[in-house]
Ligand binder design. Structure first.
Ligand SMILES: Cc1cc2nc3c(=O)[nH]c(=O)nc-3n(C[C@H](O)[C@H](O)[C@H](O)COP(=O)(O)O)c2cc1C
Length: 326
């Protein structure tokens, strides 16, 4: 990559040299990427999901690769807040903004984690509402607008950091959930998390994952993620970090056209950790070809009409188009 001119973006006040963020869970705490010289091209890095107590994760097998994508049931394996905040974060010097990612079993745990992160050098906190709420029967926090509103309000009251709320499509309506997050004080929305799925081992004819169900990521979920970004762009005014199957510079353009201010790279980083530099270089070229001074000028341009027309649609509590039944 030679320079990032014209592809810089700003998300909720965070200045990113490129619109590419390493997704939570796909880059650990960034030290491996740094060691192999693969941070070039990334605008920011989202750290592995953090829980209050250490977690050893789900029963193996926890990864299952398919032609269409990757199925995982890692189960939020991480060393816990004390070790991450006391030992890992202080020694991290990646040279790009860091975003913490938190997951709680209860509302109180989310608030506690946000409070603990208030005094550490991360630029923002991503709130992963795709984890089960043990107080309310194990339904995920992100399943309905009410529990998202409650979670985000409590977190908002516990930290001064920027808050990114990470949404799942495993909910009643992602647009409603997004509006609840905005009302509760989110600064940006990350979407989407993995999609609930399973695989059968073709040899044993048993579930391929030790946990039976897992989360699907990669190319298979890109159209699902694009629709979620499209819908959320129309009903909120928050910046969107679009993710789900981004693997090429063309994918980045499509997510930005649907309304994302920047994108997350997840499974693609596991496939090729050096890809951010390549994608960023291609984005510089594509920006020139599109005749734009700044790549960010294309954000939301898909809303200006159908294929072939130009211009960006207005946003925020607008009509909910794109929701028709098939
Ligand atoms: C192995 C793996 C681990 C993940 N761990 C987390 C996590 O800890 N917290 C989180 O919010 N999302 C996690 N995710 C979801 C990703 O951050 C991302 O939302 C999802 O994979 C979709 O992007 P992709 O299709 O580019 O991979 C994980 C995904 C994978 C594949």
């Amino acid at each position: 990559m030679n320079g990032t001119s014209g592809i810089e973006v700003e998300v909720a006040g965070l200045k990113l040299r490129t619109p590419l963020i390493a997704c939570s869970g796909c880059a650990g705490f960034g030290s491996e990427l740094k060691r192999i010289g693969a941070l070039e091209g990334l605008g920011a890095l989202c750290l592995k999901g953090l829980t209050l107590e250490p977690r050893s994760g789900n029963t193996p097998p926890r990864l299952w690769e398919m032609p269409s994508g990757l199925l995982n049931s890692i189960g939020l394996e991480n060393p816990g807040a004390q070790k991450v905040l006391g030992e890992i974060l202080p020694g991290l010097d990646l040279g790009i903004p860091l975003i913490a990612n938190i997951a709680g079993n209860t509302y109180e745990e989310f608030a506690r984690l946000a409070y603990l992160l208030d005094s550490v050098p991360v630029e923002a906190i991503e709130v992963n509402v795709s984890c089960p709420n043990v107080e309310e029967g194990g339904r995920i926090f992100g399943a309905d607008p009410e529990s998202v509103y409650k979670t985000v309000s409590l977190v908002r009251g516990s930290t001064r950091k920027k808050l990114f709320v990470k949404l799942s499509v495993a909910c009643q309506d992602v647009a409603d959930v997004a509006m609840a997050a905005e009302e509760a004080g989110a600064d940006a929305l990350s979407l989407i998390n993995t999609v609930p799925a399973m695989a059968i081992d073709p040899i044993t004819l048993k579930p391929a994952l030790g946990n039976v169900s897992g989360g699907l990521s990669g190319p298979a979920i890109k159209p699902i993620a694009l629709l979620a970004v499209w819908k959320v762009y129309r009903v909120t005014r928050l910046p969107i970090i679009g993710m789900g199957g981004v693997a090429t510079a063309q994918d980045v353009l499509e997510f930005m056209a649907a309304g994302a201010s920047c994108v997350g790279l997840g499974s693609q980083l596991l496939r090729d950790p050096y890809s951010p530099a390549r994608i960023a270089g291609e984005l510089v070229e594509l920006r020139k070809r599109l005749n734009k001074d700044q790549l960010k000028e294309i954000v939301g341009c898909a809303h200006g009409g159908t294929s072939g027309s130009t211009g960006c649609g207005s946003r925020g509590r607008g009509p909910r188009s794109g929701t028709a039944c098939t």
